[in-house]
Design a protein around this ligand. Sequence first.
Ligand code: ZN
Length: 334
Amino acid sequence: MIDLNNISKVSEPLPWQKTEWADLTAALAAGHLPHALLFVGGQYTGKVQLALSIARLMLCSEPRGGRNCGRCHACELSGSGGHGDFRWLQPQEKSRVIKIDQVRDLVQFTQKTVAFGTRKVIVFAPADSMNVNAFNALLKPLEEPAANTYLILVCNRLHGVPPTIRSRCQIHRVAMPGQEDSLIWLDGITGSREESQKLLALAADRPLLAKQLYDSADTESIAARSLAIEALLQGQLSVGQAGAVWGDAELSVILEHCSGELQRLLRNLSAQRLRARGARAAFSLLDEINRLQRAVSAGTNPGRQLLIESLLSKIRRELGAASLGDNIQTELGD
Ligand SMILES: [Zn+2]
């Protein structure tokens, strides 16, 4: 979620989004940009930043160098949440979903004429946090687009958006950057390659998460949680002890971190090892974590302590040094 009242003057795409950006801006300049776009990509790939950048470019009255100018009245308003032709739908405050009422208001908004500039832009982020009713309300503006009105949907999982909606959007896949691209970008923030490498490792190669860690200065607790998992796998910590280290964080943060650790572990395995029993167990745990993440982001509130201990127990049982047969613990540190 972004703070719509506090956006930098110029919104730029991330360095690894050059191709998507070139495609979008060329279509915009030629007047061919479709009225509905769907940006899909994993968490922390920067697709929200891409959506914000193109939306503000579309609203700016004097674009410069292929970006919004950051100086005109339209830019001032789009950066402070006050632009009359711009709507950004995201879950409100404590809610984790975009509600049907928010979408209904928006449908009315699409029917009004452009008030201020030349285009109306509406962003849904994340679109896959909408329920069936909210998607149904969105069908009409997608099927019968109002003039100069653009809808941009942002989602983590393509199958989180119904086929009836997907088929009416132009889909853009936003990929995770390579490690070197991530490090170059992070260096510009941290000013130190060593610091960038440490953060990127903690964030399991996801640069935006690494930046978030840098901003929140929460690297110590993340590092402690990573060490707790390693110690659990080595049999040096019990589930209860590891759970205590993991205890303070929000459930969504814990699930994200668990998922990152498992993905890192799987990435470090050789092809042969990927067929081993331990790797299959890691994939199935990853599926389970994904399901839990969806449930949590849909507003379910599972018993926190039990869930953490159950996850840690499974990780230890399936992947720990003491598990029988093929286990993949030996390659954890690669
Ligand atoms: Zn401007």
